[in-house]
Design a protein. Structure first.
Length: 231
């Protein structure tokens, strides 16, 4: 839930964030409904989806050496660092073998991982993060700490709420790998392409979602996400 302004971390108590805080404060009833929805639906989905998740876990173990889950540190509400749950889609120690971001055709991606990524099934374990309150179904996608340190003052407003599994930015940039590839052909590194070109555009959508926050708006984004994945 939204903390009192005086209890927010210092990096959030800045003039650029205050207008977004005021919007959310006026809609704190909707925030309560949002959390109730997140908790109840994630619990139901975990119970009903456990056979599917168990089958995926077996496929991952049979396909390549390493753990079933990928646990990376990400940043959520208030700048809190947490460990995200994802099905492992890359070889063990992939973080030490290349960039933090992945591209289409990345050799570190396993055969099963490629299929899971295509269907977004690698995101299923994030239901655990939602149940714990570290994430929400809808919200700004959680970034690694190194990228959050590069946030402009206004972008800090996205840290007022828990990170999300999906967002309008996620739908719009569902082919992010292809966009990054084009930018890298112009001479930019992978990190430069993301931080200088992709992230600023995604933040426009993320901030706009805070301005227009409502439970119905969140439901609309969930529907758009489902159609995008099916397409």
């Amino acid at each position: 839930m939204l903390k009192p302004w005086r209890d927010l971390p210092r990096n959030l108590r800045i003039p650029e964030v205050r207008p977004y805080y005021e919007i959310l404060y006026r809609r704190r009833g909707s925030l309560l409904i949002k959390r109730g929805f997140d908790f109840s639906v994630s619990l139901i989905m975990l119970l009903l989806g456990s056979p599917v998740m168990a089958a995926i876990a077996v496929m991952i173990k049979l396909d390549s050496r390493g753990p079933v889950f990928y646990r990376q540190q990400r940043v959520t509400a208030g700048g809190k660092v947490f460990r995200i749950f994802k099905f492992r889609t890359m070889v063990t120690d992939a973080d030490k073998m290349g960039a933090r971001l992945t591209q289409d055709g990345d050799p570190r991606i396993t055969a099963v991982g490629k299929k899971l990524r295509g269907l977004r099934l690698d995101e299923l374990p994030q239901l655990i993060n939602i149940l714990k309150g570290e994430m929400s179904f809808v919200g700004t996608r959680p970034e690694v700490l190194e990228y959050v340190k590069e946030y402009k003052p206004e972008w800090q407003a996205t840290l007022l709420l828990p990170a999300g599994v999906t967002s309008l930015a996620s739908v719009k940039y569902r082919h992010e790998d292809e966009e990054l590839e084009k930018l890298m052909q112009s001479g930019k590194s992978l990190d430069e392409a993301y931080l200088q070109c992709i992230l600023p555009e995604k933040m426009k959508y993320n901030l706009d979602e805070i301005r227009n926050f409502s439970v119905f708006h969140d439901m609309g984004i969930l529907v758009r996400t489902v159609f995008a994945v099916l397409h």
